[in-house]
Design a protein. Structure first.
Ligand SMILES: NC(=O)c1ccc[n+]([C@@H]2O[C@H](COP(=O)([O-])OP(=O)(O)OC[C@H]3O[C@@H](n4cnc5c(N)ncnc54)[C@H](OP(=O)(O)O)[C@@H]3O)[C@@H](O)[C@H]2O)c1
Length: 353
């Protein structure tokens, strides 16, 4: 029997309960069973848990959380891309392997049963091997936030090494964006609303840090820092209340990746600067499994490690992990240690803690 978490029929954090059921088995010859070692939380998991987003799972039991990493413990006869015992991380949209989205993509922990479970059944094409440089906890950070930052900067943002990038806050997506941009040679201006978090941004390589609560016209500060030119690429996670300032802070020909809505979903935007500055505004909705492989390989090649929050949670503490995400006191990714099987991890010389 395995343990897993499920919401009641109405999702809210208090209704999240540990349950048990039989371990999954491969149903198709292309299925893989993964023993989950670590899961990480995203803002979307919180939005679903608070009922801000509909579950879209057809009713009934719902297992939350999109991001997880673990070890292959069983596989169907046609699976050739992963071996038994191999360390793997799963794509956010298990069946979105490559190419462009068409609206039919289904994500783990939303339309599909999620990763807050000791074992999961996944299609083999959803899996990316974890390189030895990354721990399970680090690998579990990538599927949503890492892929989104990669898509926003590299695929849609067409980042060049002489570009200047603007990131917002110290959450999962933004810390990935900061690390990727610096490793690509870009200059990075990072916003934070929390004075104490400035040091984390500087440590991760930010060239300039601006407190958006103290300097509310931060678009003007960004222009001053770039000698009036503005930034080339913006990873826009604020939404309604930050978008106009992002348009103001962009340079001629700049690229804005619209990623998040932390500061609300409705608000007026004057589109004239999009026109006059020939800006490109791209919507980014995570990305495909090929991108997951690319960003994981980039971290491996550049000896990078995702920024994990200072607090890690045991499997039994999942509600507390959601509460931590809600307070926005975290930095980077909040990880839940699902297996807590230190014996198993100690046996693995590649496991990092
Ligand atoms: N489109 C996609 O594919 C996609 C994928 C992942 C996430 N998202 C969205 O992107 C956003 C960020 O996600 P996440 O998982 O990285 O969130 P997160 O880890 O919860 O990030 C929260 C952090 O963002 C900062 N923040 C809060 N309000 C802000 C504001 N008004 N302006 C600037 N920064 C602000 C705060 O950092 P400081 O304390 O440092 O200010 C806060 O700690 C969410 O809206 C999420 O839904 C979208």
């Amino acid at each position: 029997m395995m343990r897993y978490y499920a919401f009641g029929s109405i999702a809210d954090i208090d209704s999240l309960h540990l349950k048990t059921k039989n371990n999954p088995v491969p149903l198709n010859d292309t299925d893989v069973i993964v023993r989950v070692e670590a899961a990480s939380l995203n803002y979307k998991d919180l939005a679903l848990a608070r009922g801000d987003l509909p579950l879209n799972n057809g009713g009934g039991e719902h297992v939350p959380v999109s991001d997880g990493a673990g070890r292959v413990v069983a596989k169907g006869s046609a699976v050739t891309n992963v071996e038994l015992g191999e360390r793997v991380v799963a794509g956010f949209f298990p069946d979105f392997v490559d190419g462009n989205p068409n609206g039919s993509e289904k994500s783990l922990g939303h339309e599909l049963q999620g990763m807050l479970s000791e074992f999961v059944r996944l299609p083999a094409h959803a899996l990316v091997k974890i390189p030895p440089t990354l721990s399970f906890a680090e690998a579990a950070a990538f599927p949503c936030a890492g892929v989104t930052a990669w898509n926003a900067l590299i695929e849609k943002g067409e980042l060049g090494h002489e570009d200047t990038v603007l990131t917002m806050g110290t959450g999962g997506v933004s810390m990935f964006a900061l690390q990727i941009a610096k490793a690509k040679g870009a200059t990075v201006i990072s916003l934070t609303g929390t004075e104490a978090k400035k040091a984390v941004l500087r440590q991760a390589g930010a060239d300039h840090v601006v407190n958006y609560n103290r300097i509310t016209d931060w678009d003007r500060a960004v222009l001053e820092l770039t000698d009036g030119r503005g930034v080339d690429v913006i990873v826009e996670v604020g939404g309604a209340k930050t978008f106009q300032r992002s348009l103001n802070a962009a340079t001629f020909g700049g690229r804005i990746s619209a990623v998040g809505v932390l500061a609300g979903i409705a608000g007026a935007v004057d589109p004239t600067s999009i026109i006059f500055k020939s800006l490109t505004v791209n919507g980014v909705f995570v990305g495909n499994t090929r991108m997951l492989g690319d960003v994981v390989a980039f971290y491996n090649t550049n000896a990078l490690h995702p920024v994990l929050d200072t607090e890690t949670f045991r499997f039994e503490e999942a509600q507390a992990a959601f509460s931590r995400l809600m307070t926005q006191q975290h930095t980077g990714k909040i990880v839940i240690d699902v297996s807590q099987d230190t014996r198993n991890k100690d046996k693995d010389p590649t496991h990092r803690t």
